[in-house]
Write a protein that binds this ligand. Structure first.
Ligand code: KIV
Length: 266
């Protein structure tokens, strides 16, 4: 299967085909997600929470993001790999934003980057795109703004907030973003933004009318149990399976059942 490109994203929207996206943070999981046939893999800064065990996404560094992106890129034969710009890698200046975005492409072997924020990041998006770095925008609930937002809350509920998000979406498209994540916003607003934009929207907690969907892989597989957002569907419970396997190993070793003859050398 050929590698998915940003042109395929636009084509899927124009043909009314849904875009599928999941996060992954290392080689074995990226291999599974890629083999399953997902369109894009996001190396999300959610890795801070689901892999590093941190409280929120804020502490993860550029170097850590690049390290994980490289592992994922090695596994992804088909899916587009998108590196997520971590907190404070793009806020300070346009120059720093472009340099860090470039690291995802040059060192991480990603095909695109994702950046959180509305009109305030438009200048940076435009500068990245001018440097040939494809950019996925991310509006609505932006987890890096947790302290300003006062928690992980649904966004765009008031008329003013709704109009602001609609305007942000238009500005980011104008700045050159090739697609846009809509996170935790009302279903009708996500539908309106999706119908307004020519670039595809990828929803997470934004209902069924988006052009595509994304979930955090560890949520989908039942590997993150600290909290399960309302919009998550758990398709497996790997934590339970892994726990059972490890407990079985312990008891077989303790009872002298493992290793048996078949696992020994003559
Ligand atoms: O970091 C992440 O995994 C994300 C997705 C939830 C969209 O930003």
């Amino acid at each position: 299967m050929p590698k998915v490109t940003i042109n395929d994203f636009l084509k899927k929207k124009s043909e009314g085909q849904k875009i599928t996206m999941l996060t992954a943070y290392d080689y074995p999981f990226a291999k599974i997600v890629d083999e399953a046939g997902v369109d894009a893999i996001l190396v999300g800064d959610s890795l801070a929470m689901v892999v590093q065990g941190l409280e929120n996404t804020l502490p993860v560094t550029m170097d850590e993001m690049i390290y994980h992106t490289r592992m994922v890129a090695r596994a992804a034969e088909h899916a587009m790999v998108i590196g997520d710009m971590p907190f404070m890698s793009y806020q300070v200046s346009v120059e720093e934003a472009v340099r860090n975005a470039g690291r995802f492409i040059k060192e991480g072997a990603a095909q695109a980057i994702k950046i959180e924020g509305g009109r305030e990041v438009a200048e940076k998006v435009s500068a990245m795109v001018k440097s040939d770095i494809p950019v996925m925008a991310h509006i609505g609930l932006t987890p890096q703004s947790i302290h300003r937002m006062g928690g992980y809350k649904v966004q765009g509920r008031t008329e003013e907030a709704k109009n602001q998000l609609l305007e942000d979406a238009r500005i980011l498209q104008e700045a050159g973003a090739f697609s846009m994540i809509l996170e935790a916003i009302p279903v009708d607003l996500a539908k309106e933004i999706t119908n307004t934009l020519t670039i595809p929207t990828i929803g997470i907690g934004a209902g069924p009318h988006c052009d595509g969907q994304v979930l955090v892989l560890h949520d989908l597989l039942g590997l993150f149990e600290r909290f399960v957002p309302k919009f998550v569907k758990q398709y497996a419970n790997l934590k339970e399976d892994a726990l059972r396997a490890v407990k079985e190993y312990i008891s077989e070793v303790e009872e002298g059942l493992f290793p048996s003859e078949e696992h020994g050398f003559k």
